[in-house]
Write a protein that binds this ligand. Sequence first.
Ligand code: KG4
Ligand code: ZN
Length: 345
Amino acid sequence: MYILGIESSCDETAVAVVERGVVNAVRSEAIKSQVELHAPFGGIVPEIAARTHYEAIDRLCRQALHQAGLGIGDIEVLAVTLGPGLVGSLLIGLAFAKGLAMAHELPLVAVDHIAAHIEAPFISHNHIAYPLLALVVSGGHTSLFFQESKFCGRMVAKTRDDAAGEVMDKVAKHFGLGYPGGPLLDNLFDKGDAGRFRFTRPRMSDGGDDFSFSGYKSALLRQARELDVVAGSKDFYDLLASFLGSLVDYLLDKTLAAAVSLKVRSLIVSGGVSRNTLLRRRFADACAARGLPLYLPEPRYCTDNAAMIAWLGYEKYAAFPNMNYYDLYLNSYSRSSFRESKRHR
Ligand code: KG4
Ligand code: ZN
């Protein structure tokens, strides 16, 4: 069965064709990154994002089908990101998918973007045992999810301010390094002494388990001001390496504590920041030492992509065959649909 997935929640327009039931199931991927368009602004400009999705989506869909050696008549299921994300961006993908579904009488499966990030490691790992804990860490999200099964999960912690990737993007912007900041800090890490500066860990005044990252950014900027740090100096590299090391350790310790208290059988880390070299190494070492199976997506499925949308679309279609997949009144949502309680999605 061939599934065509469409993703347009943020600044990547992506279309992928997945064939289920075979090895190497991702048949094609066409992606247009908008990084260069948003880089001069140091962050995503929603209007530019939506317009670029609109200009690219038709071509990318044709490209993905062509690369897979297929025509639209070969596709049996469409999957599209419904939310969360930038609503103008989401609506471009959704409107396009609805048009395809209507014209070709195809079932249209609505997929939650965060749930798809959690699904991404399944593309390369068949048997991930439940219950599992998933850390989704990106430019828009830093949350922990407890999944009893594929379609039954709850959020157990979230960031109360910035997301981890967002903080890296802001820090890189402050030093004029470019956008997105995460990959830039990743490349700089080995140039600095990560043990030189200490960052105090945030504590929730109500004793909650949530994350907070804005204090890390303020502490870094304060240190940079006090030491008069200029880009390219030893202080600069040490400060950025210490900052990244502290962020990763904070994510790791909180995730492991939740994994222990929830007695999970597997750990997933996904989202754009899960591409980070240091994060992948520290999580791998810590999980190996504790005998906790860790599953990371392949690097290209960490950041936003359409293969994870098609993948979860198929799983949902197969698991809930009686749902109405012909509902053209589907509407996008900008905020997470996960609640801090059990629910099916
Ligand atoms: O998942 P994603 O593509 O989009 C969102 O849903 O946000 O994640 C983008 C985020 C950006 O903040 C970017 O700086 C971060 O992922 N990122 C990284 C790396 N690659 C991307 N952060 C740290 N290290 C990386 N190698
Ligand atoms: Zn994402």
